[in-house]
Each structure stands twice: as structure tokens, then as C-alpha cells.
Ligand binder design. Structure first.
Ligand code: CMC
Length: 431
């Protein structure tokens, strides 16, 4: 807690069980809620705090991404997401997240060149890939491939060496599109496509996904820009479940690829990155506008365990700014492809409208999140539904590595070790 440690503010904790009351330092960040430093609580009182799901716990100090959930704002390194999405490329955003500032033109050129030179993966990785079943879920394959990067690139995984950390960060960002495209090609039985370093980051990814030896992929600027925007919108989101997983795994000192493979595994869940796949599947299951009422009734029935996927967020209790940008991109893409009458898009718009007027969603402050429209955009681009979460992982890898780097270089860095409220048998003996 380097910057805010000289606090003059305190919180007083009093107890009803006779434990003397305790003053604990209160720190203010540059923006956002104050935090109470409870680190000495156990030493001084023998008590823990209890916060499953981290509803009120700041697990680290960070300077990277800030969300104001009540206002519906998201900023990377202080810049509003809307400005970055409109004026910058994904690689600029990567630079910003990693280094703290946007690149000038010389830095931009150097960064693009460096990333571009690392797009190819070790030739042996395709043989590793071939060990998977072809019908495996691409997220299962991707988790394996990223974990395996520590085996293919062991020369730069010493976490105490800043040069090696930077090489690994570049390798991750540069090779992620190649590995995602490889998992896709493998699953559909097509030859793997090598990167083409004459193309931009996103063009190159689309070509590796959609071209084959018989037919090159025709670059469509609207679609490239849309996918680049998807990458920007998913690049980081402060201490979400997968990022916290990367930090926790990385706190043991494990190599970055192992930590990020753990993050990918966490992202896969339907409450997190798997929501874009679940959301599109949900739209397909609803099928038509006249079935929305019936579906909403099921969502509102607690016993059904059905959720409106792509709706709600732990932090946003207002519109998710990414959802608004995604809806805009959705319009652009469908128009460019002549799909303005896409039935799923119409269904999504109607579903959003109905939910926004329904007391259940209003009272719980449930709004569409980024995943509600991103599936429709990705589907229009030609990305199959089960690849959606891989696209999320590709984009988020920069956030994960930036947050991991911040943790490793934090003076307060310690292995993460939560405690528990134990309610099992205290002690018993065998008969
Ligand atoms: N549909 C129906 N009801 C919902 C939904 C939903 N999507 N989300 C929350 N609720 C209800 C929930 O049942 C609860 O109601 P009650 O107070 O009556 O018990 C209330 O809203 C609060 O829900 P919660 O589960 O305590 O909220 P949370 O902050 O723990 O969960 C969430 C956040 C994102 C997991 C949840 O909103 C959800 O499951 N959404 C659907 C999945 C989804 O779209 N996830 C993507 C999140 S954005 C991308 C990312 O960051 O990965």
C-alpha cells in the first residue's frame, strides 16, 4: 500500500464479546471506495473477516483498470473505454495496459513490430494439439495449449527477471491468436494456417481463422474493426474472477503461462466468460419474439434456475458501457453484411426492451452486459458459438499479464492464502 499508507484516517471496530475495540487504518484510492486495512486484525484479535465471493474485499492495490459500477463507467489507465474503442487499436490498448501510457508513434511501431515477430508458435505445438480429440471444447484445448507454453518457451519463465517477464508477455499476446485459430482449424479438420506478418494483429487472426489453402480470406474492414473492438472491450476488467485467479495462482511464484492457464479455466464458466456462448444459445432456444414472455417467466421463477444470460453484473448496477458499444458495433456489422433483419438481433433488442421495463430486472439493477450483443457480432463475423469464450480469452490475456506483472512488482506481494470459518467436526476419534 505504498501511495496511501500515510493515512490519518481510521476505522474503529468494536466487539460485543469483550474483545477491546481496535483502530484500523483507512486508505483512500485516487477514486472509488476507501478501504479498511485489516491485515493486523488476526494478530491483534485472533479473528478473521468473512467475505465469500469478495463482496466487500479489495484483494490488492492496482493502477490499471477502474470501474464505477453505479455510473456504468470503465476506464483503462484513466481513459474511458468509449474513447479508446473509438480512437485506438487493440495493440495500442495492450501497450497502455502493460506500460501505463498510450504509445507515441515510434513506440507504437516498435511494439507492433515486436508483437508481429512473435506470432509464430513452436512447430512442435501442432503435434501437442493433435493429441486432443477433435470434438473437444476449444476452451479445454486452449487451456492446455497455454499451460503448455511453459514447456515450449521455458527460456523466459523466471518470474524474478523483468526481461524474461516482458518476453513472456509479448509471446502471450502475439501467439494467442495463432493458438486460438489453431484450436479452431483442428476442430473442423482443416489445415492449420500460419500467421502472415504483413497483416495487422486482427486481420492476421481472421485470416488464420477463415482462410484455407484453396481460398484466401477477403479482409472486410468493418468486420476487422468490429473484432478489434471486441478485443478492446474485453482487454481488462479489474479484479474479476479470472484475473483474481491469475493473481492467486501467480502469487505462488508459478510461471505466467501456468497462472494464465488457470485464468482461462476460470473464464470458461457460464457466470463469467462462458456467458457469451450461453447468451447466444439462449437466444437460439427462445427462438422467436412471441416466446420471450414465457422465457422471462421462467427466469423470474427461482425454482427454474434459469438466468437471463448476458444480463447482470457484480459491479455494474447501471448500464455496462461495453454493452452500449457492442450494440453499436452489432448494428454496423449487420448492416455491412446486409443482415439488418437478422432474427436473433431482433430478438435480442426485444428481449432487452422487455427486461428493461420489467420490475424484476429494474429492482435488481440488471442490465445487458458485454456478452449480450457480442455473440451476435461474432456469429455474423463467422465465429462459431463454441469459440466465443476463446475470443474473450484472447483479448483478456493482455489484462491478465498486465495484472500479473503489477502483482509481481508490488512491494506488498505475498502468496494469497484465504482463511476460513470452519463449521465441520472440531475433533472426533475413531471407535
Ligand atoms: N438473470 C436473472 N436473475 C439474475 C441475473 C440474471 N442474469 N443476474 C442476477 N440475477 C438476480 C439473482 O437471482 C438475485 O436475485 P435475488 O436477490 O432475488 O436472489 C439478484 O439478481 C442478485 O444476483 P447475484 O447472483 O447475487 O449477483 P452476482 O453479483 O453474484 O452475480 C452475475 C453476477 C454476472 C454472475 C449474474 O448477474 C449472472 O449470473 N448473470 C448471467 C451470466 C452473465 O451474463 N455473466 C457475464 C458477466 S459480464 C462478462 C464477464 O465479466 O465475464
Amino acid at each position: 500500500m505504498t501511495d496511501y499508507a500515510n493515512t490519518q484516517k481510521y476505522a474503529t471496530l468494536s466487539f460485543s464479546d469483550g474483545t477491546p475495540s481496535l483502530e484500523m487504518p483507512l486508505y483512500s484510492g485516487s477514486v472509488g471506495p476507501d478501504v479498511i486495512d485489516i491485515r493486523s486484525l488476526y494478530n491483534k484479535t485472533g479473528k478473521f473477516t468473512y467475505d465469500p465471493g469478495f463482496l466487500s474485499t479489495a484483494a490488492c492495490e492496482s493502477k490499471i483498470t477502474y470501474i464505477d459500477g453505479d455510473k456504468g463507467e470503465l476506464r483503462y489507465r484513466g481513459y474511458p473505454i468509449e474513447q479508446l474503442a473509438q480512437k485506438h487499436s487493440f495493440l495500442d490498448v495492450c501497450y497502455l495496459l502493460l506500460k501505463g501510457e498510450l504509445p507515441d508513434s515510434a513506440q507504437q511501431q516498435e511494439f507492433v513490430n515486436t508483437v508481429t515477430r512473435h506470432t509464430m508458435v513452436h512447430e512442435q505445438m501442432q503435434f501437442f494439439l493433435r493429441g486432443f480429440r477433435r470434438d473437444a471444447h476449444p476452451m479445454a484445448v486452449l487451456t492446455g495449449l497455454i499451460g503448455a507454453m511453459a514447456a515450449f518457451y521455458p527460456d523466459a519463465i523466471d518470474v524474478v527477471d523483468p526481461v524474461q517477464r516482458e518476453i513472456s508477455a509479448i509471446r502471450l499476446i502475439a501467439k494467442m491468436p495463432t493458438l486460438v485459430a489453431m484450436s479452431y482449424k483442428y476442430s473442423i479438420g482443416q489445415p492449420l494456417v500460419y500467421p502472415n506478418n504483413g497483416l495487422s494483429y486482427t486481420e492476421n487472426f481472421m485470416r488464420m481463422m477463415f482462410s484455407n489453402p484453396c481460398e484466401d480470406y477477403k479482409i472486410n474492414d468493418v468486420l476487422v474493426r468490429a473484432l478489434d473492438r471486441i478485443f478492446i472491450l474485453h482487454a481488462d476488467h479489474e479484479q474479476n474472477a479470472s484475473t483474481s485467479t491469475v493473481r492467486l495462482a501467480g502469487s505462488s511464484g508459478t510461471n505466467p503461462f501456468a497462472a494464465i492457464a488457470a485464468g482461462i479455466a476460470c473464464l470458461w464458466g457460464p457466470a463469467h466468460g462462458g456467458a457469451n456462448e450461453a447468451s447466444l444459445n439462449m437466444l437460439q432456444q427462445i427462438g422467436s419474439v412471441d416466446k420471450i414472455g414465457e422465457f422471462i417467466s421462467r427466469v423470474k421463477d427461482k425454482n427454474s434456475h434459469v438466468r437471463l444470460m448476458g444480463f447482470g453484473h457484480r459491479v455494474y448496477k447501471n448500464h455496462d458501457p461495453r454493452a452500449k458499444l457492442m450494440r453499436e458495433t452489432c448494428h454496423e456489422v449487420l448492416e455491412a453484411l446486409g443482415l439488418q433483419n437478422d432474427p436473433l438481433f431482433k430478438l435480442a433488442i426485444e428481449l432487452e426492451k422487455i427486461a428493461s421495463e420489467d420490475e424484476y430486472f429494474i429492482s435488481r439493477k440488471l442490465y445487458p452486459n458485454v456478452d449480450f450483443y457480442s455473440g451476435i457480432v461474432q456469429r455474423a463475423i463467422g465465429i462459431p458459438v463454441d469459440m466465443f469464450t476463446c475470443i474473450f480469452a484472447l483479448a483478456r490475456s493482455v489484462g491478465w499479464i498486465a495484472q500479473w506483472e503489477e502483482m509481481i512488482t508490488d512491494k506488498e506481494y505475498k502468496i494469497g492464502r484465504p482463511r476460513q470459518l470452519f463449521t465441520g467436526y472440531a475433533h472426533r476419534n475413531l471407535e
